[in-house]
Design a protein around this ligand. Structure first.
Ligand SMILES: [Zn+2]
Length: 265
């Protein structure tokens, strides 16, 4: 009777009869030898042992094929996953852009603040006491607004001085500048002496009341457009050259009426 041997790659097992070989833990890949064979040969390649081969389950795909299949599956998953990945990337990109713009705005804001502060320091350091009784204008201003029922907090400090700032290119601030807007404890106004000396009485009132309205009532300039022309908070005061005292009184009282309406609410 023919005797068969097989090897698990390390050890040789056998001899076995055909029936005994069938019972062994062998696969189609197991190398088998029997007398008459020149080499150890894969079971699947031996016609003589086909009866055994056919009784064994087909081999698992080899590792390379398995790896390839896994790769394909992974690729397919990636294709499915990528749209949400892209969305995440887009969201992240948008977020980074948003933060960058915000940072630029903050930097811009602080640069502007710094420039404003530098301008203020420059004007302040060049300021000097004027031989003008500015307190007279301040007291009159407070009396005028009191008539309308406007009683803002009386500031503890009042500085109104001359300061030369003809060189400042911002046209709305070459005549006078209020530096204590939103600071209710302080009036701080600088008036350009060359402006003051060239301005006639109504224009001087326009200027000082305009700056006091900034400082005491915390009002902003109106837009420099034709519909605001004639109003006290119109930024281009110098254009009022031909105005009369009556026009000044009319425009200042119109403003106080407006402020009083808000003051009551
Ligand atoms: Zn102004």
């Amino acid at each position: 009777m023919k005797k068969y041997f097989y090897t698990d790659g390390v050890e040789k097992h056998g001899p076995f009869s055909f029936e005994e070989l069938k019972q062994q833990r062998i696969t189609r890949e197991t190398k088998v030898w029997y007398y008459g064979l020149e080499h150890w040969t894969k079971l699947a390649d031996l016609d003589e042992l086909k009866a055994i081969t056919n009784s064994l389950p087909p081999p698992l795909k080899n590792t390379k094929e398995i790896a390839e299949k896994q790769g394909e599956i992974a690729n397919e998953m990636n294709i499915k996953i990528s749209p949400s990945k892209n969305r995440k990337k887009l969201i992240r990109g948008g977020f980074i852009a948003f933060v960058s713009v915000l940072a630029l705005c903050i930097i811009f804001f602080f640069v502007q603040k710094q420039n404003q502060y530098n301008l203020y320091q420059e004007i302040k350091s060049s300021s000097y006491e004027a031989d003008v009784d500015f307190d007279f204008y301040v007291e009159k201003f407070y009396r005028d607004i009191a008539v309308y029922g406007i009683f803002p907090k009386k500031p503890t400090t009042s500085i109104i001085k001359f300061a030369k700032f003809d060189h400042i290119t911002d046209a709305t601030h070459i005549h006078g500048i209020s530096c204590a807007i939103n600071d209710d404890d302080k009036i701080e106004i600088y008036i350009n002496p060359s402006t003051w000396n060239s301005f006639k009485k109504p224009l001087r009132y326009y200027l000082i009341y305009h700056e006091l309205a900034h400082d005491v009532l915390n009002l902003d300039d109106l837009a420099n457009s034709s519909e605001n022309e004639g109003k006290l908070m119109f930024p281009a005061i110098a254009s009022y050259e031909a105005k009369t005292m009556d026009e000044f009184i009319e425009s200042s009282h119109a403003l106080f009426e407006e402020v009083a309406a808000k003051w009551k609410n």
